[in-house]
Ligand binder design. Structure first.
Ligand code: EPU
Length: 339
């Protein structure tokens, strides 16, 4: 059965906690639900559509004049396994961290470093979630879903997803046009932990033979120490992407800013820590009205309570301008702004 609510408050469906409404909110657990909803309420077809998973990467500037589809497809199905690997199809509506916990419990390697990332499984490939040296693209076999324009069910192979740093075809060309139904992951039964990342490597080095559970616990501990819980303080994780510079630009910036963390990418470019730049420009902990820069991680903007999307956007633009004036670096938003 689908659930349709008109004039729906989105406050609890965007992790910034911005108080806006949508014309309609429709929760669907099966494709039949979607058919039924559009048959029973034909005027929905004329509404602008938006898909919300956990709403953990969105910044609303105003009420949404359209229908929000909330996919609630749940369940796990093993589609292949041998001695080394297991492939598992997971419903888009499953909480991402529940899936990670499930994998760790079963001894499957691949997603443990992505512990505690908020949101649903269906949203994870959209922005190619990543943390502590792992990006979800590394474990995806394919993404299945519905093309809302043609009504066709289709599957994108890993390659067709066009993954890049915190992006994919679903966040670009197919944004709000393709509704993820399930994701097929390939995990390792006899894998190795990815423990090179600074904070994590420090914690795991203290253990003799760190297990999957140790890695998950360490990631959870690091995240809790730096990142605000959206249930308590509205936020959308990193507000900006870490900028990618040419090796030469990065080297001259590091000369000007000793200690600047540099992460080489697969190409010749270098990713630099935006949080370090924002922090060193003096923004960490700064409040502007009801919006603020988090006091433990400058890459995260927070809603102190009752902030509008415009207030948060304004703060983000002041930071972008200041970082550009001080360091000549353009910061790009990671969060998706909904106008
Ligand atoms: N730093 C500062 N001051 C700050 C924040 C960071 O000096 O206020 C320095 C840190 O000391 C560290 C470096 O910057 O040396 C990097 O910081 P951190 O390890 O916290 O990671 P990040 O680069 O800021 C990225 C992801 C996070 C992910 C972490 C861990 C992006 C945009 N963000 O943050 O992802 O959890 O690495 O892998 O790539 C997200 O996407 O929402 C997110 C939280």
């Amino acid at each position: 059965m689908f659930k349709l609510v008109p004039n729906f408050s989105l406050r609890h469906n965007n992790s910034f906690g911005i108080d806006v409404t949508a014309n309609y909110w429709v929760t669907i657990s099966t494709l039949r639900d979607l058919d039924e909803a559009f048959t029973k309420y034909p005027h929905l077809s004329g509404e602008t559509k938006m898909i919300i998973g956990g709403g953990s990467n969105l910044l609303f500037l105003s009420d949404f004049d359209g229908v929000v589809l909330s996919p609630d497809f749940i369940g796990y199905e093993i589609t292949y396994q041998d001695d080394q690997v297991i492939e598992i199809e997971v419903g888009a509506g499953v909480e991402w961290d529940d899936f990670v916990a499930y994998c760790v419990e079963h001894g499957w390697y691949g997603v443990e470093n992505l512990s505690l990332i908020p949101g649903k499984v269906g949203a994870a490939p959209v922005q190619n979630i990543g943390a502590y040296g792992v990006e979800i693209e590394q474990v995806i076999v394919c993404v299945k879903g519905l093309n809302l324009e043609t009504g066709e069910i289709g599957s994108y192979t890993q390659e067709q997803c066009c993954f890049s740093y915190r992006s994919s075809i679903f966040k670009e060309k197919m944004l709000n046009r393709f509704m993820v139904i399930s994701v097929v992951f390939r995990l390792q039964k006899m894998g190795e932990l990815v423990s090179a990342y600074g904070d994590l490597s420090g914690m795991l080095k203290e253990l003799d033979e760190p297990s999957l559970k140790n890695a998950r616990d360490a990631v959870i501990k690091i995240r809790r120490s730096k990142l605000p819980d959206p249930k308590i303080l509205g936020n959308a994780g990193s507000f900006f992407r870490n900028p990618i510079l040419s090796a030469r630009e990065a080297a001259s910036l590091a000369e000007f800013l000793p200690g600047l963390p540099l992460y080489p990418t697969s190409g010749k470019e270098v990713k630099v820590a935006a949080g370090f730049l924002i922090d060193h420009a003096g923004w960490k902990g700064r409040k502007v009205g009801r919006a603020a820069v988090h006091d433990r991680q400058a890459l995260v903007l927070v809603n102190l309570g009752g902030a509008t999307g415009a207030e948060i956007l304004e703060l983000s633009m002041a930071i972008q301008q200041d970082v550009f004036e001080k360091f000549g670096v353009v910061l790009e938003r990671e969060v998706q702004v909904v106008e």
